[in-house]
Design a protein around this ligand. Sequence first.
Ligand SMILES: NC(=O)c1ccc[n+]([C@@H]2O[C@H](COP(=O)([O-])OP(=O)(O)OC[C@H]3O[C@@H](n4cnc5c(N)ncnc54)[C@H](OP(=O)(O)O)[C@@H]3O)[C@@H](O)[C@H]2O)c1
Length: 279
Amino acid sequence: MTKTWLITGTSTGFGKSLAIYLAQKDDVNLVATARHTDQLAYLDAYDHGQILKQTLDVTNQAEIKAAVAATTAKFGRLDILVNNAGLGYFGTFEESDRDAARYMFDVNVWGLVDMTRAVLPTMREQGAGIIVNFSSIAGLASFPTLSFYHGSKYAVEGMSESLAQEVADQGIKIMLIEPSGFRTDWAGRSSQKALPKIAAYEKFAADIAGSESGAHHEAGDPDKAAAIIYDQVTNHAADLPLRLPLGKFATDSAIAKYEKSLTDFKAVRDISLSADQPE
Ligand SMILES: NC(=O)c1ccc[n+]([C@@H]2O[C@H](COP(=O)([O-])OP(=O)(O)OC[C@H]3O[C@@H](n4cnc5c(N)ncnc54)[C@H](OP(=O)(O)O)[C@@H]3O)[C@@H](O)[C@H]2O)c1
C-alpha cells in the first residue's frame, strides 16, 4: 500500500538523502518540505506526480498548518512524519549565546512539537501513523561544549518516550533516530560556534573549531541512514524500535552510557529507597 511521508528540512543532509531515496520508491507519496523550495530541484528528475514540494519553516505555525493541509488535500492521508529539521550549537555552557541557544530549541524542540501536534489529529482519525523524530546520540549521552544541543535532544527523547505511551493504543508509533557523526551540513553551516573567551575553557577551543573542519568527514553515511529508516518503517512497523542509534560511535556510546547508569543507580539504591515513607 502506498504511504504518504512528510519530511521536514529536505534541502540538505539526512532530509535530502531520505527524500531522494523515497522519491524512487513506488509505494511512497512524498511531501518534501524546506524553508526555500527552490533548493528541492534535485527531486524533479523523480517526480511523476507523487511528490509535493512545500515551503515549511518549522518555527512558522501558519506554514506548518498549510503543509499538513496540502498533504491531506493532495494525497488524502499522512502516514509518516519525519521530524528531521534541526540545528546545532557548539560552546561551553557558561559562554553560549542565550538567544542563539533559544532559537535552536525553537527549531529542534518546538518545531518538532508543533509539527507533531499538527499531524496527530489526522493520524488518530486514520488509526495509524508513524512519527520519526531525529534525536542524536547527543540525546542519550553528553559531551563538553554541546550542553544546549544536548538539552534540546534530551527534550526530544523524553517527550517522544512519553508520547509513544499515550498514542500506542491509537495505532501511532514513534521512532527516535540517534545518529553519531554523519556527513551532512550539521557540524558546518547548521551549527553556530562560540569559541571560548574565558581562559578556563580555552582547552575546548580546538574541539569547537574542529567541529567545523571535521564537517563532511564523519563516519556516518546519510544515504545508508535513509535506507535503514525506510526499511524500519516499511518492513518492521509492527516491532518498530523506539530508539535507533545509527553509527558505531552512537551505539557504543549509548550502550556504555546505559551500562554505567545501571551500575551507578544500583550503587545508590539503598540511599534511594531510604527516601520513602515506611510502608
Ligand atoms: N549530521 C550529524 O552528525 C547528526 C547527528 C545526530 C543528529 N543529527 C540531526 O539530524 C537532523 C538533520 O540534520 P543534518 O545532519 O541533515 O544537517 P543539515 O544538512 O544541516 O540539515 C539540516 C536541515 O534542517 C533544516 N532547517 C534548519 N532550520 C530549519 C527551520 N527553522 N525550519 C525548517 N527546516 C530547518 C535545514 O534547512 P536550511 O537549508 O533552510 O537551513 C536543513 O534542511 C537534525 O535534527 C540534527 O540535529 C545530525
